[in-house]
Write a protein that binds this ligand. Structure first.
Ligand code: FE2
Length: 193
């Protein structure tokens, strides 16, 4: 399950209701969809789209998205590092970045204009949006795997626009969840001096 870490406050939020309340002022919505028991072993991308068709239609309707697909990256994905380097630098998009994580784990760092930088670790069952224009960057966690449903307003428009005076290098891409909170000694290096 997702969790939020705010390095400047050394604060972690793991409760879903608290997470929703924390994210709402930034225009970020967070939901959890059932995964266990809904997909057979080794589902195809189409299996995933079929199983979540109702949820996908609802999100498209409310968010104005026109299409959805499935992305599947893992440690053996060709050119994985090159792919990740597009998104692990602080950037914005001209449309929302909406992701439902089916499996795997990653961390979005969010850099709002009106609040502190915070990391949202997402894993199976987590649905999140990064609003259009919100500065952010993304890293995979240790097993370098994530499989997501992506929603688009315009596939051609979903391009990273890099931020000048970016701050991503000041933050560790370390991932964790409420059940595996790092001890204090491991939290400290999250923000480098
Ligand atoms: Fe992005």
């Amino acid at each position: 399950m997702a969790s939020i870490f705010i390095p400047s406050q050394q604060r972690t939020i793991g409760d879903p209701t608290e997470m929703r309340d924390f994210l709402k002022p930034f225009g970020i919505w967070f939901e959890q969809w059932q995964v266990a028991g809904r997909l057979k072993d080794s589902p195809t991308d189409q299996d995933i789209l079929n199983e979540y068709a109702d949820e996908i239609d609802q999100v498209k309707k409310t968010g104005g998205y026109v299409t959805a697909d499935v992305i599947n990256v893992h440690a053996d994905t060709p050119n994985l590092d090159a792919m990740l380097q597009k998104f692990n630098r602080e950037h914005v998009h001209h449309e929302d970045e909406v992701r439902f994580t089916v499996s795997g784990k990653g961390i979005f760092h969010i850099h709002p204009d009106n609040g502190p930088v915070f990391g949202v670790t997402v894993e199976s069952g987590d649905m999140i949006n990064v609003p259009c224009g919100m500065k952010h960057w993304f890293n995979l966690c240790d097993d370098r795997h994530i499989r997501c449903i992506r929603f688009f307003e315009d596939v051609a428009g979903w391009t990273p626009h890099y931020v000048e005076q970016s701050v991503h290098s000041e933050y560790s891409p370390m991932c964790f969840g409420p059940s595996q909170l790092p001890p204090k000694s491991r939290i400290e290096p999250m923000v480098r001096p």
